[in-house]
Write a protein that binds this ligand. Structure first.
Ligand code: N01
Length: 476
C-alpha cells in the first residue's frame, strides 16, 4: 500500500492501517518532515480555529494543549509526536515526491520526481487541499524593493519589529497575521478587497489543573472530544448547509459583534461584508477588531493598482510606502493531488477525468481509477469542521475495502461511473440550501461557480461511509 502525503490525513490512514495489522505500507512525503499544512505554515499568530481537544486524532488524544485553539507550532509538534508514538516514521519515505502513478491492470507503478520507481496494489492520496499558494496577479510585485512573501512561505529572516508591514488579504490567515503583528509593525497596513464576518471566539489558556485532570483521567479527554464534536456539528454542521436557527444565531452574533466592537461608523462601514455570514469560510477571532482599533493599524479598502519598488499604489492614487509585503491571498483549493499525474484504466489521466472539476464517489474514490482512494478528496465536509474527524471517517471506510483485499475476497475495486454520477447529481441539487450559494466569491467555489463542498451534515457523511454499497462498485 502506498499513501501519498504524511500530513494530517496521511498519518491518520497510516495509523489505522498499522492498528489493523497492515505492515506493508509506504508513506511518500515530498518534504523532510510530517505535518503538511502545519509544517508549511509558520506565520505569526497561526492557530487552529477548531477547538484543540476536538482537532486531534480520536485514537491519539492529547491532554497537553495549552489553549482552546492551539497554536500552529503546537499542532505541528503533536503530529511529529504522533508519527513517532504510533510507530509510523519507519514507514515514511521523506523527500519522496510522487510525480506519476500508472495503473497497469493489476497495480500502480509509482515514479518519484527524482526518478525512483515503486509499486503499490493500493494507492491512497492524502495530499491535502490547501497546499498550493495562490499568488496574486498584481502588476509590479516583482519590482518591490523590500521583502515580499506568501503567508505559507514565511521568510523568518526578515525583521518585523518597527517595520512598515503590508498585509494583503483578509481571510483566516490575514486576520490572524494582522492580530499578531498589530503593535509589532509600525505601522501595519491591511489591504482588504472584501470584508469578512468575524465570530468572536477568544483564545483561552487551559489551566495546568485541567490538563493534569485530562492526563490522569483519559475518559475526560474523550468526553471533551465528544462534547466539542456534538456542539460543532449541532451549530456549524447545520448552519452552513440548511436555513434554521443555527444559521440565524451565527449571523446575529457576527452582526452584533461588529456593531459592538467597532464604534467608529466609517470603520464599521468598511468592515461590513456585502454577503451573509458563513458564505465565505467563517473567521474566528476575538483579536482582529481590537487590532483594527489601534492607531498604528490602517485598513485600506481602495483597490490595489500596482506594486512599486517603494510600496503599494492604490486606486485613489496613493502610494503606501512599506518595508514588507505579506501575501495572505490564499491557496488553489482545487489543485487536488497536483502536480502529481495519475493514470488509470485505458490510459485515462486524472487531469482528463477532472477537466470540468474534481468529482469523486462520496469523497473517497474515483471511477476509472481502481484501488485508488482519496482522503479529504473532492467535496469533503470541510466548512468549519475538524478535518481530522472527517479524515478518520474516510480512513475507516478505506480500511473496510483493504480488509476485503487482504482477505482475498477482492482483488480490485472501483466505483461505477453511474453511482458517482448519481452522487454528484444529488450533491448539486442539495447546494441551493447551503449558505455558500447565497452570493459571494470564495475558494469554496469551483470553476463553474458551484461549491466544491459537502452540502449535508458531517453525520450524513458518516452514514454514507459507514459501509460500502456493493452495487456502486465494480469488483474483481
Ligand atoms: O485564504 P482565503 P486564507 N488583491 O482564500 C484576498 C484555512 N485556514 O489563507 O475575499 C487583494 O480565505 C481575498 O480577497 P477576496 C481556512 O480553511 C485555516 O486566509 O477574494 N486581495 C481574501 O481576503 C481558510 O478558509 C486556519 O476579495 C486578494 C484573501 O486574499 C483557508 O485556510 C487558519 C487578492 C484570501 O483569503 C484559506 O484562508 C488560516 C488580490 N489580488 C487558514 N487575491 C485555521 O485556523 C486574494 N485576495 C484552521
Amino acid at each position: 500500500m502506498a499513501i501519498v502525503g504524511a500530513g494530517m490525513s496521511g498519518l491518520c490512514m497510516a495509523a489505522k492501517l498499522r492498528q489493523a495489522g497492515f505492515d506493508d505500507l509506504v508513506v511518500h512525503e515530498s518534504a523532510g518532515e510530517v505535518g503538511g499544512t502545519w509544517r508549511d505554515n509558520t506565520y505569526p499568530g497561526l492557530s487552529c480555529d477548531v477547538p484543540a481537544r476536538f482537532y486531534s486524532y480520536s485514537f491519539a488524544p492529547h491532554a497537553g494543549w495549552s489553549r482552546n485553539f492551539a497554536p500552529g507550532a503546537e499542532i505541528q509538534r503533536y503530529f511529529v509526536g504522533a508519527s513517532a508514538d504510533l510507530g509510523l516514521r519507519r514507514h515514511i519515505r521523506f523527500d519522496s515526491e510522487i510525480a506519476r502513478a500508472d495503473w497497469d491492470g493489476r497495480r500502480y507503478r509509482l515514479r518519484t520526481t527524482d526518478g525512483h520507481t515503486d509499486h503499490a496494489d493500493v494507492l491512497i492520496a492524502a495530499t491535502g487541499i490547501l497546499r498550493e499558494p495562490r499568488l496574486p496577479d498584481i502588476e509590479g510585485l516583482s519590482s518591490f524593493a523590500g521583502a515580499a512573501f506568501h503567508s505559507a512561505r514565511w521568510d523568518h529572516s526578515v525583521p518585523l519589529r518597527g517595520k512598515r508591514i503590508a498585509v494583503i488579504g483578509t481571510g483566516s490567515t490575514g486576520v490572524q497575521i494582522t492580530s499578531a503583528l498589530a503593535g509589532v509593525a509600525k505601522p501595519l497596513t491591511l489591504f482588504q478587497r472584501t470584508a469578512q464576518w468575524i465570530l468572536p471566539l477568544p483564545q483561552l489558556p487551559y489551566s495546568p489543573v485541567s490538563r493534569a485532570a485530562l492526563r490522569v483521567v483519559p475518559g475526560l479527554n474523550r468526553l471533551s472530544y465528544r462534547s466539542y464534536q456534538h456542539i460543532m456539528e449541532l451549530v456549524f454542521g447545520h448552519a452552513a448547509v440548511e436555513p434554521g436557527w443555527q444559521r440565524s444565531a451565527v449571523a446575529e452574533v457576527c452582526r452584533s459583534y461588529l456593531r459592538l466592537a467597532i464604534r467608529d461608523p466609517r470603520l464599521r462601514a468598511k468592515l461590513t461584508p456585502p454577503d451573509d455570514p458563513m458564505c465565505k469560510r467563517l473567521i474566528m477571532s476575538a483579536s482582529f477588531y481590537p487590532a483594527l482599533r489601534r492607531r498604528d493599524v490602517h485598513l485600506v479598502t481602495d483597490s490595489i493598482t500596482r506594486v512599486e519598488p517603494a510600496g503599494i499604489r492604490t486606486s485613489d492614487g496613493r502610494l503606501h510606502e512599506v518595508d514588507v509585503i505579506v501575501l495572505a491571498t490564499g491557496f488553489d483549493a482545487h489543485a487536488f493531488l497536483r502536480p502529481m499525474e495519475l493514470v488509470g484504466e485505458h490510459g485515462q489521466t486524472l487531469s482528463d477525468a477532472w477537466r470540468d472539476g474534481p468529482r469523486g464517489y462520496r469523497t473517497v474514490a474515483v471511477p476509472g481509477f481502481p484501488n485508488f482512494f482519496t482522503l479529504i478528496g473532492p467535496h469533503s465536509p470541510i466548512g468549519n469542521h475538524s478535518l481530522i474527524a472527517i479524515a478518520e471517517t474516510q480512513a475507516d471506510y478505506v480500511l473496510g475495502w483493504l480488509e476485503r483485499i487482504r482477505s482475498g475476497s477482492v482483488s480490485t475495486v472501483v466505483p461505477t461511473a453511474e453511482a458517482t454520477e448519481e452522487f454528484n447529481t444529488a450533491l448539486r441539487s442539495a447546494m441551493p440550501s447551503t449558505v455558500w450559494t447565497t452570493g459571494c466569491d470564495s475558494w469554496y467555489l469551483g470553476a463553474d461557480g458551484v461549491p466544491e463542498l459537502w452540502p449535508w451534515t458531517p453525520a450524513v457523511h458518516r452514514r454514507m461511509l459507514a459501509s460500502p454499497v456493493l452495487p456502486h462498485f465494480q469488483v474483481t
